[in-house]
Design a binder for this molecule. Structure first.
Ligand code: ATP
Ligand code: MG
Length: 301
């Protein structure tokens, strides 16, 4: 395979580039601040990569030594599945926290992937929570109260909390907005990528005004990028034009390994940590850690 024609080919260049990026990651110097950052991964559009981003970013952060909690707020429970955490109907879950005041500590499980990677699982019961929450006291703040109690007990330290939201702007997502300081929006590099974004940002504006003034859009992640299509390049350019400070330099490529990993109950970091998708999520994690020095990114102290 050492013929000059292969070395000059696009695939060879891509492989060389990937090796260089892997080496750069190995020598990357990352320092955690000791504060807890709470990010909600939201976009009311379905299938844009919210869950994939939540679990893979969480695993990538854990792999550089961060202690990370994933809160699965989606009744589909896909984040719990991908983290290899049992979440059948009989398992205590985030539903019990939101509706029956269970402390988070009673429901949190450790992912078999890493002792640094925790998950507050979702079960099928959560499907009814959207309705049941309507009649609850402080219905928008139930997650925040539970998370504050967990963090303020002084018994647990977390560097990151990532909340995986369902594809809607209902009470579950509102609970995530009330509990977080940062909003991470994954955007799929496809048609209509920006559709619905103004509605999402409008809701965030209302939340800032009435429920949680500390919430801000800190990060936009471009996902499922296929660099061979002009459309993906155009979408990426357009999003960067609108949000020059929020879009990460790292772009997550469309990758079979990323889509295969959940069916093995794994993140792509564990499933194939050297693959292009895993490398991209690890780069995104380093970028997000480094961005913390920006003054607007204040975490839970
Ligand atoms: P929902 O709105 O239903 O919660 P979502 O926004 O959480 O969806 P995902 O479930 O993360 O989206 O992703 C949607 C689909 O796209 C899944 O089948 C997932 O495996 C696939 N997918 C996500 N990211 C990638 C990627 N980088 N490469 C290939 N496939 C991907
Ligand atoms: Mg999802």
């Amino acid at each position: 395979m050492s013929s000059p024609s292969f070395e000059d080919s696009p695939i060879a260049r891509e492989l060389a580039d990937l090796s260089a990026r892997r080496r750069a990651l190995e020598s990357a110097d990352v320092e955690l601040s000791g504060r807890t950052r709470v990010l909600t991964v939201s976009n009311q559009k379905g299938g844009v990569g919210k869950t994939t981003t939540t679990v893979n970013l969480a695993a990538a952060l854990a792999s550089v030594g961060a202690r990370v909690l994933v809160i699965d707020l989606d009744p589909q429970g896909n984040a719990s599945t991908a983290l290899g955490v049992p979440h059948t109907a009989d398992i205590p879950s985030i539903y019990d926290v939101l509706i029956d005041d269970f402390p988070l500590t009673d429901i949190i499980q450790t992912s078999p992937e890493s002792p640094n990677l925790l998950c507050a699982p979702s079960t099928i019961h959560l499907a009814g929570a959207e309705i049941e929450l309507v009649s609850q006291v402080a219905r928008e703040h139930r997650l925040r109260t539970a998370l504050d109690a967990y963090l303020d007990s002084g018994e647990h330290h977390l560097d990151y909390v990532l909340i995986d939201c369902p594809p809607s702007l209902g009470l579950l997502t509102i609970n995530a907005f009330a509990a977080a300081t940062e909003l991470l929006i994954p955007i799929q590099c496809e048609y209509y990528a920006l559709e619905g974004l103004s509605q999402l940002l409008g809701t965030v504006g209302m939340i800032q005004k009435h429920l949680n003034p500390r919430l801000h859009l800190s990060t936009i992640m471009l996902t499922m990028y296929d660099g061979r299509t002009r459309l993906a390049q155009q979408v990426a350019e357009e999003v960067r034009e609108h949000f020059p400070n929020e879009v990460l330099a790292t772009v997550i490529p469309r990758s079979v390994r990323v889509s295969e990993a959940p069916s093995f109950g794994q993140t792509v970091i564990a499933y194939d940590g050297q693959s292009a998708g895993a490398v991209a999520y690890r780069e995104a994690a380093v970028e997000i850690i480094r961005r913390e020095s920006a003054p607007q990114n204040e975490g839970h102290s």
